[in-house]
Design a binder for this molecule. Structure first.
Ligand SMILES: [Fe+2]
Length: 237
């Protein structure tokens, strides 16, 4: 699928793949919601990364599901972009500002563990023409640009993601199932584990997009390749 450059998360194992499960010890991976059974709000992965290390694709693989809950919701970020642009083009411009969104630095006992990161919500990759989105619905540890269009755009996105009318796919991954996507918007519901068989997902993040479905590739491809690429997009969504 063209995914070659794995991004090693600092909590990932040595192979760069992150096992996502409730941390066994309170001291292990303590403060991070992915390693609890709590819900995770809408976001794209790596929204706190610099422009030079954008997460363009993501794979989730389910080994064991939770006893109850743990549903994922996904929405293509291009749909969010289109809805925002149709509602008000100024809102899209606001979220493409290079200082639209700032994630404050993260500190630990050794000092600054991750530097402050400022960047746009929406950006376009010059090489592929693909749209990238950095987003988190969290309200703490995030600073939005303090101007009226940015505030309105963020409110619109929040409302859209909460609406029952939005193009959201919901699924609960079953053992053996996976999700491959171009780092679309996603969230996770809270869950309850069976203590003997706790939920376990593997996550891999890539600095590559899934091959064959950028606009430029589609535009220059013969029909058969386009059909394949459309199938890939369907899988990706
Ligand atoms: Fe995520």
């Amino acid at each position: 699928m063209g995914l070659h450059r794995l991004d090693g998360n600092w909590l990932a194992d040595d192979d760069g793949i992150s096992p996502i499960a409730v941390a066994a010890q309170p001291s292990e991976r303590p403060a991070f919601i992915p390693y609890t059974n709590r819900p995770i709000k809408w976001h794209t992965d790596g929204y706190y990364h610099p422009q030079t290390r954008q997460i363009l694709a993501m794979v989730l693989h389910c080994v064991r599901r939770a006893q109850t809950g743990g549903e994922s919701a996904v929405m293509d970020h291009e749909m969010a972009y289109i809805a925002l642009r149709e509602a008000n083009p100024d809102w899209v411009r606001a979220l493409m500002q290079p200082d639209a969104m700032t994630i404050p630095e993260r500190t630990d006992e050794d000092g600054v563990a991750r530097a402050e990161q400022t960047g746009p919500v929406f950006s376009v990759d010059a090489a592929s023409g693909a749209l990238h989105m950095r987003y988190t619905a969290r309200t703490r540890s995030i600073v939005w640009k303090d101007d009226a269009p940015t505030r309105a755009a963020v409110a619109f996105l929040e409302q859209m993601l909460a609406s029952d009318d939005s193009p959201v796919f919901r699924l609960t991954l079953q053992p053996g199932m996976g999700l491959v996507c171009n780092n679309v918007l996603h969230d996770r519901a809270g869950f309850v584990d069976d203590p003997l068989q706790p939920r376990l997902l593997y996550r891999a993040r890539y600095l590559d997009r899934i091959a064959g479905n950028s606009y430029k590739e589609l535009a220059s491809s013969p029909r058969e390749i386009c059909v394949e690429a459309i199938k890939t997009i369907a899988i990706a969504l």
